[in-house]
Design a protein around this ligand. Structure first.
Ligand SMILES: Nc1nc2c(c(=O)[nH]1)N[C@H]1C(S)=C(S)[C@@H](COP(=O)(O)OP(=O)(O)OC[C@H]3O[C@@H](n4cnc5c(=O)[nH]c(N)nc54)[C@H](O)[C@@H]3O)O[C@H]1N2
Ligand SMILES: Nc1nc2c(c(=O)[nH]1)N[C@H]1C(S)=C(S)[C@@H](COP(=O)(O)OP(=O)(O)OC[C@H]3O[C@@H](n4cnc5c(=O)[nH]c(N)nc54)[C@H](O)[C@@H]3O)O[C@H]1N2
Ligand code: SF4
Ligand SMILES: [Mo]
Length: 677
């Protein structure tokens, strides 16, 4: 038996260091690496179960070609060379008739490794001249909003949050989605810190918090404006900080006039007394820290919500105090040499069209030139993309050639012409960054590839050769690409981070202390920039330049909001085929408030039909005061086999895009619920 180091590859802020036991070449146990400076040996159940996932009997082990109709899982085994030949012949044919833009890659972060998520694949599709995918399904509205206020996607070092005296967890279910932020907050709590959760429902984190503030969906900007109203009215503003490090205070002051606690109470459902107390607590506690989640930005107005909340720490001068400030995301610190890795110079001119991944359903049916080939990897769009009926109608098109590269026969594979077996990350060399903590990690392969599976890196490298691409970048090894990624003088935080140190030590902290503009006690705005209460950049882009509340769009007349956040044991739809994890979640349910249930004669345990103009789904009702009246909620992205009627939550969500960054609006959905017949 040997014990080796690994990294968690999932799309989770924590990017844990792992310690893995291997016996006879097989993984027998996965645990947290006790020496990892942030994750310190603690990991979640999802990843503890990785042995079950890696050796799952459903794992795809060789290439497959569709035998039955689309929508079924009837395949026959083929060789890699047959699969490559088929892809080449289809691509050549499509390119000659419609041009390369008729080919669309569809990927996200099923594996977060730099090489396997956004490395050789990008080179391949750039060189091919395929349509360019805007990868906006996750955090782009909020990231854009945060950057309008702060200049970059940079917050504080999470390790400093043990020094916070007040922690606001805002639209973020940390216990499930960022467990080490919860553990760090517990450290702070032992020293006397208070924890407040602001959410639309009493999630796991709300039950752990000292104070749960329940808010109406999409109204968080109003709450932040109400808090700023009180802070300015009661002189709880740090005037020295505001005058030195911000622009537009007068415009902000004028704007918040209109957001009295009484008016904000009407917009948010939070009482005027609670708004006053929250503002005063925030204005009188230092250091105070805000963890801004992704939940509150999956709305029509998600960008503006985050842009507005991001003004709070500057107003009370929390940046620059150890443990004070905010984190929305920290990807700014770990920016690598993206151009060197992805090679946008290989793109044809004029540049191929951009396709927003949230609109896959429409794109598959109405794009011009049409999408004739879809190449899916690191993603499961049949489950995760909004407006599922449209997505699946598109995927069923007989004239669409679809390739899916995955470890498992996902619901997307049902629509594939060719299915390719992917390695798990345990089988690959890769570089991992976190979008929360500040360590880079190198992952060495710790087991042999299972069956005939290939990594994304190898797949696209080989496919480039098959397509006849002769550029030398397609000869690069994994090590070459990692060295290229790290070679980026423009990012001072990468200074001194070397391949050799990563290889030896497994992880290396970004060089954060020596950077002029972002030390852990500094203000994370790019040098020379100020925190923008008034944003000229927003004005130029046609947006309201001051923080403001905007009502959610109501595209239909359905009475209930429908929120579908992640559950505890799956990672998006990853893990929803692992028996111990589905058993832990039991089954997908619809949470509904007693008031809404009573007027529909719905009891716990009954089947309910949830519907809107986009379709309908069936779930089991759970009547509970954990949700507020007017809102129904279902957690987790389940696979077809586990939902009655084989229709899951994204049947009801919309392809509408958010106010900023082309973001998704999953949680602005409206529905009606009735007892199922
Ligand atoms: N266990 C687990 N962990 C995960 C994931 C997973 O699927 N499962 N997914 C990973 C990924 S890709 C991401 S992006 C993150 C997401 O993790 P988070 O950033 O925590 O975001 P969500 O869990 O989507 O939503 C957080 C909370 O926001 C609430 N919410 C919804 N609308 C509003 C609103 O208008 N205002 C407020 N205040 N709250 C609202 C939801 O009810 C939910 O409780 O988690 C990552 N980690
Ligand atoms: N209703 C609703 N919808 C949502 C959300 C929500 O909260 N509610 N959350 C949204 C968010 S925040 C996100 S980030 C997206 C996530 O959407 P996706 O990124 O599509 O997430 P997953 O469902 O985890 O699918 C990842 C797939 O990649 C595969 N995979 C893993 N490693 C590899 C690899 O190395 N190579 C290849 N080829 N495949 C691999 C996995 O097996 C899995 O099938 O979903 C979004 N959809
Ligand atoms: S999913 Fe998140 S918490 Fe779980 S092991 Fe991976 S990084 Fe850590
Ligand atoms: Mo996400």
């Amino acid at each position: 038996m040997k014990r080796v180091r690994s990294v968690c590859p999932l799309d989770c802020p924590d990017t844990c260091g792992l310690s893995v036991d291997i016996e006879d070449g097989k993984i027998v146990r996965v645990d947290g690496h006790p020496d990892h400076p942030v994750t310190k040996g603690a990991i979640c159940q999802k990843v503890r179960r990785f042995p079950e996932r890696v050796y799952h009997r459903g794992r795809i082990l060789h290439p497959l070609r569709r035998k039955g109709p689309k929508g079924t899982l009837e395949f026959e085994r083929i060789s890699w060379s047959e699969a490559y030949a088929e892809i080449k012949s289809q691509f050549d044919n499509i390119i000659s008739k419609y041009g390369p833009e008729a080919i669309l890659p569809y990927s996200f972060y099923g594996n977060m490794g730099v090489l396997n998520a956004e490395g050789m694949d990008r080179r391949f599709f750039n060189r091919l001249g395929a349509s360019r995918l805007e990868r906006t399904i996750c955090n782009s509205a909020g990231a854009t909003g945060f950057a309008y206020t702060m200049g970059a996607n940079a917050g504080i070092d999470p390790e400093d949050t043990i020094h916070s005296n007040l922690i606001l967890i805002w639209g973020c279910n940390v216990i499930s989605t960022n467990m080490h932020q919860m553990l760090l907050a517990n450290e702070a709590r032992k020293r006397g810190a208070k924890i407040v959760v602001i959410d639309v429902h009493r999630n796991r984190s709300a039950k752990w918090a000292d104070w749960f503030v329940q808010i109406r969906p999409g109204s968080d900007a109003a709450l932040a404006l109400g808090m700023m109203h009180v802070l300015i009215r009661d002189h709880l503003v740090d005037e020295a900080f505001v005058s030195e490090y911000t622009v537009g205070f007068d415009a902000l002051k004028a704007q918040v006039e209109a957001y009295s606690p009484e008016r904000v109470a009407e917009l948010t459902g939070v009482s005027p007394e609670d708004i006053e107390s929250l503002a005063k607590l925030y204005g009188t506690t230092t250091p105070s820290f805000i963890r801004i989640g992704n939940g509150l930005q999956h709305h029509d107005n998600g960008g503006m919500i985050v842009r507005t909340i991001a003004c709070l720490p500057a107003l009370t001068g929390q940046w620059g105090v150890r443990g004070g400030g905010a984190i929305k995301g920290n990807s700014h610190y770990a920016v690598h040499n993206v151009a060197g890795v992805q090679r946008p110079d290989l793109l044809p001119r004029p540049l191929p069209r951009l396709v927003n991944m949230n609109q896959l359903g429409d794109v598959l049916q109405t794009a011009d030139p049409p999408v004739k080939a879809l190449f899916v990897y690191n993603s499961n769009p049949a489950q995760v993309a909004p407006d599922q009926n449209k997505v699946r109608t598109g995927l069923l098109r007989s004239d669409l050639f679809t390739v899916v590269h995955d470890l498992f026969p996902t619901d997307t594979c049902k629509y594939a012409d060719i299915v390719l077996p992917a390695t798990s990350h345990f089988e690959n060399l890769d570089l991992y960054k976190s979008y929360w903590h500040l360590y880079l990690q190198l992952h060495k392969p710790i087991i042999e590839p299972l069956g005939e599976s290939k990594s994304n890196f190898t797949l696209f490298k080989e496919l480039a050769k098959v397509m006849g691409f002769t550029e030398s970048c397609f000869d690069d090894t994994e090590e070459d690409m990692i060295r290229t990624a790290l070679d980026y003088k423009r990012n001072p935080y990468l200074e001194g981070v070397t391949y050799e140190d990563l290889w030896e030590q497994g992880w290396v902290k970004l060089n954060i202390e020596s950077a002029a503009d972002g030390t852990s006690t500094g203000i994370p705005t790019p040098t020379g920039k100020k925190v923008a209460f008034y944003s000229e950049r927003m004005e130029r882009n046609g947006l309201v330049p001051v923080p403001t509340h905007v009502d959610l769009q109501s595209d239909d007349s359905y009475p209930l909001y429908f929120t579908t956040p992640p559950n505890h044991h799956f990672l998006n739809s990853t893990g929803a085929n692992v028996a111990s994890l589905t058993a832990a979640e039991r089954r997908p349910v619809l949470q509904i408030h007693p008031i809404d249930a009573a007027c529909r004669s719905i009891d716990t345990g009954q089947l309910v039909r949830i519907f809107n103009d986009r379709g309908e789904i069936i779930l089991v009702a759970e009547v509970t005061t954990d949700v507020q009246p007017g809102l129904v909620l279902s957690q987790g992205l389940w696979w077809d086999d586990d939902v009655l009627g084989y229709q899951s939550v994204n049947t009801l969500t919309s392809q509408r895009i958010a106010d900023m960054g082309g973001g998704a609006t999953f949680f602005s959905t409206r529905v009606e619920v009735v007892k199922a017949g």
